[in-house]
Design a protein around this ligand. Structure first.
Ligand code: FAD
Length: 320
C-alpha cells in the first residue's frame, strides 16, 4: 500500500487535533507516515501511533524553532525523497499553507489548498474544496509530481486506529536559505481558556447586531456554556468591539466547526466565505429577511438580547 506523509502540527510534543484528523483522511488513501519536527518531536509518537501512523519520522533540531518555515520545508523534502509518498498532507494553518506551497515548488508538484474532504481515486487522491465563497464544491486531483494537499481543520473525525508508529530519525541537511530569517522573539497570545477558533468544534459569533464591545459578554457566556470559540463579523471587528484575530470571513479566519451560531450577523458573502462549510449553522437575527437565513439549518427570528441569554441558561440547565 502506498505511503502518505502527514506533517505533524504539535506544541512541544502535544499533537494538535487537525493533525489527528489528517491521519483519518490519510488512512483512506494509504498508510500514514507522520513527520514530526522540533522540540518534543519524539513525544508525539504515541499519539500518532494510536491514530494510525505506521511510522513516525522525527527530527528535533533547534533550527525548526530558531528560523521561519524553510527548515521545515527542507525536512519535508527529505522525507518525500526518502519515502516517495502517494501524497503529502498538511494542516491548513497559515504556516501549513506556506510550508505546503514551498514544498510543492521544491518538488515540482501540484498543490491543493483548503481541502474539506479526501478520497482515493484511480489516479491518486481526490480532494474536495469549497470555492467562490462556498457557492460551489469542486473535486480536484494533482496530475504532476507528488500531490501536496492542505486540509482545513474539522474536515474529518478523529479516529482511534492503533498502528505500529515505528519511530525513525529523519536525516535532514538544511539548505542555504534555511537560516535566512531568524525568529528573534515569540509572544504567546493571552489565553482566554477557549479553544482555538479554527480548530473549535463549536463557534459562537457576534456581528453588528451585538451593538457594542461590552455586549460581547453575552456571546462569550453562550460560547463558554458550550465550550466554544468566539468569532466576530468584520463589522464588529472594525467597530473595535472584538479583536481581529477572531474575525471570521474572507479577510479573517475560515472555520468549519460542527456547529456555528451567528448572532446579529446579516450573512454577507464575505462572512459566508469563512463559515459556510460548518456542519450545522444556527442564526439569531431580528430581521426575518436577513440573508443568513438562506443558509441556516436552524434560524431564530428574534432579538439576540432576549434569545442568547435564554439559550445560555438552557444549555447550562441541560448540562446540569
Ligand atoms: P450587518 O450587515 O450590519 O448585519 C447586522 C445584522 O444584525 C442585521 O442582519 C440585523 O438584522 C441584525 N441585528 C441587529 N440588531 C439585532 C438584535 N438586537 N438581535 C438580532 N439581530 C440583530 N465581513 C466579515 O464578516 N468577514 C470578513 O472577513 C469580511 N471581509 C470582507 C472583505 C471585503 C473585501 C469586503 C468588501 C467586505 C468584507 N466583509 C467581511 C464585510 C461584509 O461585507 C459585511 O459588511 C459584514 O460581514 C457585515 O457584518 P454584520 O453582518 O455583523 O453586520
Amino acid at each position: 500500500m502506498a505511503e502518505v506523509l502527514v506533517y505533524v502540527d504539535h506544541v512541544d510534543g502535544a499533537v494538535r487535533k487537525p493533525t489527528l484528523e489528517l491521519l483519518t483522511l490519510a488512512r483512506r488513501i494509504g498508510e500514514p507516515v507522520a513527520v514530526a519536527l522540533g522540540n518534543g518531536a519524539a513525544d508525539t509518537v504515541a499519539a500518532l501511533a494510536e491514530h494510525g501512523a505506521v511510522k513516525v519520522l522525527t527530527d528535533d533540531a533547534s533550527e525548526y524553532a530558531d528560523y521561519l518555515v524553510v527548515p521545515k520545508v527542507d525536512a519535508l523534502q527529505a522525507a518525500v525523497e526518502a519515502v516517495s509518498p502517494a501524497a503529502v498532507l498538511v494542516p491548513s494553518s497559515a504556516e501549513g499553507k506556506e510550508i505546503a506551497a514551498r514544498l510543492a515548488l521544491r518538488t515540482g508538484s501540484g498543490l491543493i489548498t483548503d481541502a474539506v474532504d479526501l478520497e482515493a481515486g484511480a489516479e491518486g487522491p481526490v480532494a474536495t474544496q469549497s470555492v467562490f465563497a462556498a457557492s460551489y464544491t469542486t473535486k480536484s486531483q494533482v496530475t504532476k509530481g507528488t500531490p501536496v494537499i492542505t486540509v482545513k481543520p474539522n474536515s474529518a473525525a478523529v479516529e482511534a486506529a492503533p498502528a505500529a508508529g515505528a519511530a525513525e530519525a529523519l536525516s535532514v541537511t538544511f539548505s542555504a536559505q534555511a537560516t535566512g530569517t531568524k525568529v528573534t522573539s515569540r509572544t504567546p497570545r493571552e489565553s482566554t481558556g477557549r479553544p482555538e477558533l479554527t480548530e473549535a468544534a463549536i463557534v459562537v459569533s457576534g456581528g453588528r447586531g451585538v451593538n457594542g464591545a461590552d455586549n460581547f459578554a453575552l456571546i462569550e457566556a453562550l460560547a463558554d456554556s458550550l465550550g466554544a470559540a468566539v468569532g466576530a463579523s468584520r463589522a464588529a471587528v472594525d467597530a473595535g468591539w472584538y479583536p481581529h484575530t477572531n474575525q471570521v470571513g474572507q479577510t479573517g479566519k475560515s472555520v468549519s466547526p460542527q456547529l456555528y451560531i451567528a448572532n446579529g450577523i446579516s450573512g454577507a458573502i464575505q462572512h459566508r466565505a469563512g463559515m459556510q462549510t460548518s456542519k450545522t449553522i444556527v442564526a439569531v437575527n431580528k430581521d426575518p429577511e436577513a440573508p443568513i437565513f438562506d443558509l441556516v439549518d436552524y434560524g431564530v427570528v428574534g432579538d439576540l438580547f432576549e434569545v442568547v441569554p435564554q439559550l445560555t441558561e438552557e444549555v447550562k440547565t441541560r448540562k446540569g
